[in-house]
Design a binder for this molecule. Structure first.
Ligand code: AMP
Length: 397
């Protein structure tokens, strides 16, 4: 029976899972999938190592993370070749100022992490619910929390500070940054050399339903667009990104309750709010409605503005990397962003872009442009195994 690590990435509506062989060289992926529909009827979709769909199971009853995990564990036990789990790794969005390295979760750690629920209401409570659910099913199984904030512990002190009275900074009101597992994966991939020399200054664009940019210098985060919470920075599927705080004060004064404000800022703004149609870039790109075009144009505009700030922070740009749902799959958005970054030496090869190749720059581009599919689960697997068996660290792909 292969010894495996199970990686979980649980959000408000879905649970993504993947298992990797803990013992074989390169830690190959064994299977993966997701449970959709948390809060309602659940649907498990599982894929084998080659990506072929091997299970499509639905439940009649509504369920949350615990029911979704039962579905995953039941399916794993029913496989022809069950696995022997050595541990479970979780994506935990917020580690606050305290947690940088992956940590084995116990009651004290869990209580500490619950304090950050309000800082990431779309993610943290669901991440922690998954940890509790695994404990309920398999109390003896070690669980490791891997933090989305961790990669940004290197950001410049000046980038971490918010211009508020010092006492608030000392109480943790500062910029942390997110999507760190994705950026850590990109940094490791670039350092691996398969993309050739990338220079010192890399701008990574994680453009998915959550979206951010990271300025990496020599493989470490110098600054990033998300801050204290995952609301800051770029426009996203349902979040506005950077917003004049005066707007929040105005809405409050107009009578909006905190829960309504949270709903507006986390679930009803961004692409969805501006288009009034959808948070999904595919739907907007296929739509003829002027509001859909306006939402895409604003997404591009805000990305280019924030990119300019980070290029300035790095003192120039050597490589631009696109990743996540939109970054990996939308030639239109990539082209629009690159066109507006021409001043920085960015020149896209239109054919390479349309064909979704890995290298997207034109021959005369001063800046290398790459499209690298991110793999947060792989990062969780490697961090979890390194934490559980430090002597095996570094075996990962
Ligand atoms: P992620 O959060 O990384 O899974 O990204 C999800 C988002 O990626 C979706 O909401 C879509 O907006 C976007 N996306 C996925 N596939 C495509 C595609 N082929 N073209 C444009 N956008 C896409």
């Amino acid at each position: 029976m292969p010894r495996a690590v199970l990686c979980l990435n649980v959000g408000s509506s879905s649970l993504k899972f993947a298992a990797y062989d803990a013992a074989a060289a390169g830690r190959p992926r064994l299977f993966g999938g997701k449970v959709e529909g948390l809060g309602g009827a659940l649907r498990l979709l599982a894929h084998d190592a080659a990506g072929a769909l091997v299970e499509d199971r639905k439940t009649g009853d509504a369920g949350q993370a615990d029911a979704a995990l039962r579905l995953v564990f039941d399916w794993m036990a029913s496989r022809a070749e069950p696995v022997d789990l050595v541990g479970v790794g979780h994506r935990v969005v917020h580690g606050g100022g305290r947690y940088v390295d992956p940590v084995v979760v116990d009651d004290a750690v869990l209580a500490e992490l619950e304090r950050f629920d309000a800082l990431a209401p779309l993610h943290q409570p669901y991440n922690l619910a998954a940890i509790r659910a695994v404990t309920g099913l398999h109390p003896a199984l070690p669980q490791v929390a891997c933090f989305d904030t961790a990669f940004h512990h290197t950001i410049a002190p000046v980038a971490a500070r918010l211009p508020l009275p010092r006492a608030w900074h000392d109480r943790g009101v500062r910029r942390y940054g997110f999507h760190g597992l994705s950026y850590a994966y990109l940094a490791r991939t670039l350092a691996g050399g398969t993309h050739g020399a990338v220079g010192r200054r890399v701008l990574a664009a994680h453009l998915g339903s959550g979206a951010s940019l990271c300025a990496m210098v020599d493989g470490a985060s110098l600054d990033t667009t998300m801050g204290f919470t995952a609301l800051d920075g770029l426009m996203m599927g349902t979040r506005p990104g950077s917003l004049d705080p005066g707007v929040v004060l105005y809405l409050q004064a107009a009578g909006m309750a905190p829960a309504e404000l949270e709903d507006l800022l986390y679930r009803r703004s961004g692409l969805l709010g501006v288009s009034g149609i959808s948070a999904d870039m595919r739907v907007l790109e296929a739509s003829a409605a002027p509001e859909a075009r306006e939402a895409i144009d604003l997404f591009v505009w805000r990305t280019v503005r924030e990119a300019g700030g980070l290029v300035a922070a790095m003192g120039g740009l050597d490589t631009l990397v696109f990743t996540a749902g939109i970054g990996e799959n939308s030639p239109g958005v990539r082209a629009a962003i690159c066109e507006r970054l021409a001043y920085a030496g960015v020149r896209l090869d239109p054919l390479a872009n349309r064909e979704q190749r890995e290298s997207l720059h034109a021959d005369d581009s001063r800046v290398k442009i790459l499209r690298i599919p991110t793999d947060e689960e792989r990062m969780i697997a490697d961090e979890t195994l390194a934490r559980l068996a430090p002597e095996g660290a570094g075996e990962g792909a």
